[in-house]
Design a protein around this ligand. Sequence first.
Ligand code: E4P
Length: 225
Amino acid sequence: MEYLLDTADVAAIRRGCEYYPLAGVTTNPSILAKEGRDVWEVLEEIRGIIGPDRILFVQTVQTRAEEMVKEAKLIAGRLGGSFGVKIPIGEEGLKATMQLRKEGIPVLMTAIFSPAQALIAARAGAAYVAPYVNRLDNISGNGCKVVAEIVRQFALYGLPCKVLAASFKNVEQVQRCASAGCQCATVSAELLKALISHPMTDAALEGFAADWKRAYGGRTILEME
Ligand code: E4P
């Protein structure tokens, strides 16, 4: 499982890159709007923080295939580095995806809520699909089951498209997708931290610290040379 940060908050991205093995950053129009900043300025800042090798996903805000392609090329050219364009599933999006595949710009087909949508996106040449796990759970769907089914379908048909699951709200959702063989998960900074947190870990560390202090006081191994 590869982990990406689903945010345009540059402080969170800087911290995420410093402390976690991040594969990239995903954004969408709502995420960018939330920052209330000049879009190019924030995207270029994100590129500077994550470097050229981590992938940066930016969603097109166009509704016609030709403009989607044009916008994707513009963003890819201006940001440089590893880049993927997010395109919502739909007829125009599929048309743009088939074109962008020929042009060598990876497409993350987004707003995926069913295995049927994902399969056609992969056939059109999307490099990734983004099923929205929590939004499905919120309407009494089963986001993780949909992700598992998409993973199964892609394996069944030998499709190289990766599943980049999104819209996570808790550790259990991420873990269930990982167990299903989902290749990537994009999460908030808070959820990333929750993924490495465990009360038993805290208890174990407290025990180690207390035993050490009893035996050696405040001295560390470095100080014992
Ligand atoms: C990713 O492709 C989506 O834009 C994002 O993860 C949606 O998350 P939300 O349901 O928390 O808005």
